[in-house]
Design a protein around this ligand. Sequence first.
Ligand code: HEM
Length: 126
Amino acid sequence: MNLNVKSAVWLRIAVVYFAVGVVLGVGMGASGDFTLSPAHAHINLLGWVSMGLFAVVNRLWPATSQGKLALVQFWLYNLALPVMLASLAAKLVGFTAVDPLLGLASVLVAVGVLLFAVQVWRTVAR
Ligand code: HEM
């Protein structure tokens, strides 16, 4: 994937999470039901804030967006995060059977973050 395209895709996905997270926040405020508060926080922070930062880092340090590791990190994070957030929301409303899925997806998201850290350390000075 072209490096500017990768940065733009991160940003486009990030603003979708931002919209969903903020709409959920307004919904919680309006209803007075804060059950999904941790889901709202993680949509905003792992979705909007973290992905927005991936976009900015990729744009400012283009080498961080290049290579196989960056591609694996992109797909791992983007596939695991929605599963983690959906299963977190399901757990919060009482479907505790999703616990193993939540655990697995959380570990994969964390691996995606570790890969990002490795990628930055490897390439940022180039
Ligand atoms: C219009 C925008 C937003 C609205 C209306 C909103 C609304 C809320 C509400 C109603 C709560 C629950 C408060 C409670 O439990 O007493 C909350 C919690 C929280 N929000 Fe937001 N929020 C917004 C944007 C954001 C953004 C942009 C972030 C992060 C980047 C964020 C991060 C958090 C965090 C960390 C919590 C605490 C979660 C917890 O204690 O489990 N919020 N928000």
